[in-house]
Design a protein around this ligand. Structure first.
Ligand SMILES: [Zn+2]
Length: 330
């Protein structure tokens, strides 16, 4: 399948980087930062293709030269991708980037480019570099070489050591204006009403809205929030609901994210905004804020192998008690 053309907000970031490159101002280390799923990787890949392409710099990447074909085939000798790898000891995907990966990189980067052009390294996600790996990368960052580029991608750049951040030029991605996001979703084949609903649910993030529309996330949100409201109204049991939400553990983080977003919307409803699912905001907003904090603590612990459904059942019981004064049994 052909990759989708870049969205307008992605193309703008690419054009900015390319303008800097053509003017000889593109720093050797670029930090592409912005929300998850906003298109940093697509822009980094398009930038890589242009940096490696053998066509004249004024032209876009041609897609036909030897470099372009090698890159598309995943075998360009002057391109390195550093991302999560399988740990040979456990057969599981590592959750961090380790120092061996950066050392392998520095070794190949000290050689001259095999095809005589640029060398490009893409590190995704850069905030997953562990301390040893970040220190090793720092050495490479401190020794810029002409025509060698490091592209660091991060949704949480504040987690990167300041020593690394300070050596990078930033390419910032922000959420696009609503109309632009909607037009892009509709061009991607989504019906206008659903696109608007998903964009609203994703707080204006078109990449997430698209992923939810394609992957059933929006339907999961509707089902989850209905059950959350049913617990508040005393119709559904906290324990059964918690067990149901963890029946497919991989969807649980998304369910709890939707609930957290809806809790915020409920707090805003106390100030006159529309309430989610017709719920009445509780009189005690401090209690709601504390419940929101507990929910977020649970979300942060989801990666740990604990009995989360029991913790969630306890939380949902608190939620029911919190809402009992405002929601009557139906
Ligand atoms: Zn080319």
């Amino acid at each position: 399948m052909e990759p989708r053309p870049l969205a307008p907000w992605q193309q703008q970031r690419l054009d900015a980087a390319l303008a800097a490159w053509r003017a000889g101002r593109l720093g050797h280390a670029q930090l592409l930062c912005g929300p998850e799923a906003i298109g940093k990787r697509a822009v980094a890949e398009a930038l890589t293709a242009r940096l490696l392409c053998e066509a004249a710099p004024a032209l876009p990447a041609c897609g036909e030269c030897r470099s372009c074909r090698l890159l598309a085939a995943g075998s360009h000798p002057d391109f390195r991708l550093v991302t999560f790898e399988v740990n040979e000891n456990t057969d599981k995907l590592r959750r961090e980037l380790v120092v061996e990966q950066v050392r392998a990189l520095s070794g190949s980067m000290q050689m001259t480019a095999q095809r005589g052009g640029a060398q490009v390294v893409l590190i995704d996600p850069a905030d997953a570099l562990n301390t040893a790996a970040a220190n090793a990368l720092l050495k490479t960052l401190e020794e810029p070489a002409p025509n060698r580029f490091l592209l660091l991608l991060s949704a949480e750049p504040q987690r990167l050591p300041a020593t690394i951040r300070s050596r990078c030029q930033r390419l910032e991605f922000a959420l696009p204006p609503r109309a632009e996001a909607l037009a892009w979703l509709e061009a991607g084949g989504h019906a206008p009403a659903r696109a608007a609903e998903a964009l609203e649910a994703a707080a204006g993030h078109p990449g997430l809205a698209d992923a939810w529309l394609r992957g059933g996330g929006l339907a999961l949100r509707e089902a989850t929030l209905k059950e959350w409201a049913a617990v508040a109204r005393g119709i559904a049991s906290p324990l059964t609901t918690a067990q149901h939400w963890f029946a497919e553990p991989e969807t649980a983080p998304l369910r709890l994210r939707f609930v957290a977003d809806a809790t915020l919307a409920l707090a805003r409803a106390a100030a006159g905004a529309p309430a989610p699912l017709g719920l009445t905001p509780p009189g005690d907003l401090d209690k709601l804020a504390r419940w929101f904090d507990s929910l977020n603590r649970l979300r942060q612990q989801l990666a740990a192998p604990l009995r989360h459904e029991l913790a969630l059942a306890g939380l949902l019981a608190e939620w029911r008690a919190l809402m009992a004064t405002t929601e009557t049994r139906r």
